[in-house]
Design a protein around this ligand. Sequence first.
Ligand SMILES: [Zn+2]
Length: 261
Amino acid sequence: MTNTRIQNCPLCGKDRLRSLAPCAGGPIELCEACRLIFRNPPPDDEQLSRSYQKLYYPDDEGEVIYDATPKELLVQYADRLADRIGPFSKKRILDVGCGNGTFGALLTARGARVYGVEFDDVARARITTFQAYKTVNAVPDGKFDLIALIEVVEHMRIPWEEMAQLRARLTPGGWSLVTTPSLDGLRAQLQGSRWDQAENPTHLHLFSEETLTAVLSRAGFRTIERLRLAYDYPGHGGMRRRLNRILTRLGLDGHLQMFAR
Ligand SMILES: [Zn+2]
């Protein structure tokens, strides 16, 4: 097991990397030039697959530590997306990191033609309402009106390369929706290296609006906008919902959502 520390920022190439406070998810560094925060040295494939197994897909009686995005939230995503891109009927949508297919099933029920990508065999086998593939390369030829990546980009090894590949599969008017935990959020700011999203060892990058914009721009996206949509989280009472709306307006909520093409 040899993990080599990266000497230059993988995004901007400068050598102004600084270690941040020790983190339970593995060492993280900040590029003082472009502000990218990433796991350095990055875990190797074996370590990563052990972490996924342990945290997301325990094979024994182990408890799932990081759960999938709740369905109540995905319904709100679908509603907001429809406000934005129009009715789903006949739209071709690619859901990258589709898990066991909850979001794709919702979109399928609204008339979209959904394709999914999910690396985990167990999750993928549970999908019944649309076709899902193990990798993006395995998805049959064809372009998409929407490519959704919900809490996926932080898991990518080289996000600008993977996003560039996906961008090539958008129709001329197509959009990509990219959501990720927000480093600009109040919780991340207060908790630093103890932020639960930083402690998740499968998160190889942690993004702010600034750095995710830089990643998407390097991937070739030309129109990049942050969506400031507040969602009602299941289990949150009225007070927390109101607070979340205020934080969202200020860009201090925990949820970074970008729309790009
Ligand atoms: Zn940099």
